[in-house]
Design a protein around this ligand. Structure first.
Ligand SMILES: NC(=O)C1=CN([C@@H]2O[C@H](COP(=O)(O)OP(=O)(O)OC[C@H]3O[C@@H](n4cnc5c(N)ncnc54)[C@H](O)[C@@H]3O)[C@@H](O)[C@H]2O)C=CC1
Ligand SMILES: O=C(CO)COP(=O)(O)O
Length: 314
């Protein structure tokens, strides 16, 4: 948006962060070499950052969403469109991000909450490469306002009324990406990886539909589109974590060496809670959880999945 000339303010956590971002005019830690557009301001005071904001985009790790929602709640003008870009589920509640926002934000913005999701690897977006996304809301006018604010010649934005599907697609595809990385790390080959990703998508769609999502959403940008980007890309952190697991590192070792969030780890745990709640079978998610937390080796996990009883595809 700022790159298109719209005034945008980046809300930081403290004065030191504001100062270093202002000085460098780039985020040297997370997106080095990508200069801030002139219309991007930086502020650590929420009342200053949010004054006159017609729209707020929140993109923090999912385990930080609630505290950030609390931080901005009192500063949102009635009617401000609130766009969640976080792709995760909260622990231990297993709530979707819009549900967390609805609990924390004032009633005057609750019917303005949207979630944005799609194949949107941050580095490519920051470099101005072409991309598409979906913005979903229970309130069509809010989704349409976000669409027109975010749309540009390089960023094509679709709307959706399937908030559950778009949010679950974005959060759960990260679990599939962990497994795709394992396929890469174990050199399983393209047939096996295609099979894994396809069955993974079927599994997350099954949970999504049981939770109230529209099946077609999982064939769209927030489902298949993001599965393709995340499972294939060297830029994906979730795919990277899977690859490292396959190469023999444990999740605690990988976490200690990473500066970035890999949402698939918490999403696997939250998804298993939802799977029990909605009585859905999720063998890939269960196996992924056991690799992450119970020491199951990725190779044994693959053998287990291949030896499950066979049946019809659907
Ligand atoms: N990186 C990507 O390609 C994409 C990421 N997302 C989603 O956006 C969310 C955040 O991802 P990234 O920024 O890439 O993660 P990251 O791990 O690369 O960076 C974390 C960001 O969150 C900030 N942060 C950390 N703790 C915070 C706190 N307590 N309060 C406020 N800000 C805090 C950090 O300063 C940093 O800017 C995740 O849910 C991710 O799935 C969505 C689309 C693309
Ligand atoms: O969601 C993403 C791309 O659409 C980013 O995926 P990672 O968090 O795995 O890097």
């Amino acid at each position: 948006m700022a790159g298109e000339g719209t005034p945008v303010t980046l809300l930081t956590r403290n004065a030191a962060e504001t100062e270093s971002l202002q000085l460098a005019r780039e985020n040297s830690r997370f997106l080095p070499g990508i200069k801030f557009p002139d219309t991007l301001g930086v502020a650590d005071d929420p009342s200053q950052a949010l004054a006159d904001a017609a729209m707020v985009v929140i993109a923090v790790p999912s385990d930080r969403l609630r505290e950030n929602a609390r931080r901005i709640a009192a500063h949102l003008a009635p009617g401000t469109v609130v766009v969640n870009a976080t792709k995760g589920l909260e622990l231990p509640t297993a709530l979707r991000m819009s549900q967390v926002l609805a609990e924390e934000l004032p009633a005057s913005v609750r019917c303005r909450i949207c979630s944005l999701s799609g194949p949107n690897l941050a580095k490519e977006i920051a470099q101005g490469k072409l991309a598409t996304t979906v913005v979903a809301s229970d309130y069509q006018d809010a989704a349409e306002q976000a669409q027109s604010a975010l749309l540009s010649s390089r960023f094509r934005v679709y709307t959706s009324d399937d908030l559950v599907g778009v949010e679950l697609g974005g959060a759960l595809k990260n679990i599939v990406a962990l497994g795709a990385g394992i396929c890469d790390g174990l050199h399983f080959g393209d047939n096996a990886k295609a099979a894994f990703v396809t069955r993974g998508l079927a599994e997350i769609a099954r949970l999504g539909v049981a939770a109230g999502a529209q099946p077609l959403t999982f064939a769209g940008l927030a489902g298949l589109g993001d599965v393709i980007a995340t499972c294939a890309s060297r830029l994906s952190r979730n795919r990277y974590v899977g690859e490292q697991l396959a190469l023999g590192s444990s999740w605690p070792q990988i976490r200690a060496s990473m500066d970035n969030v890999a949402e698939g780890v918490n999403a696997a745990e939250a998804a298993l809670k939802l799977a029990r709640q909605f009585d859905v079978e999720m063998p890939i998610t269960e196996t992924t959880f056991r690799i992450l937390h119970e020491g199951l080796s990725p190779r044994e996990a693959a053998t287990e999945l291949m030896q499950r009883p066979v049946g019809s595809e659907w």
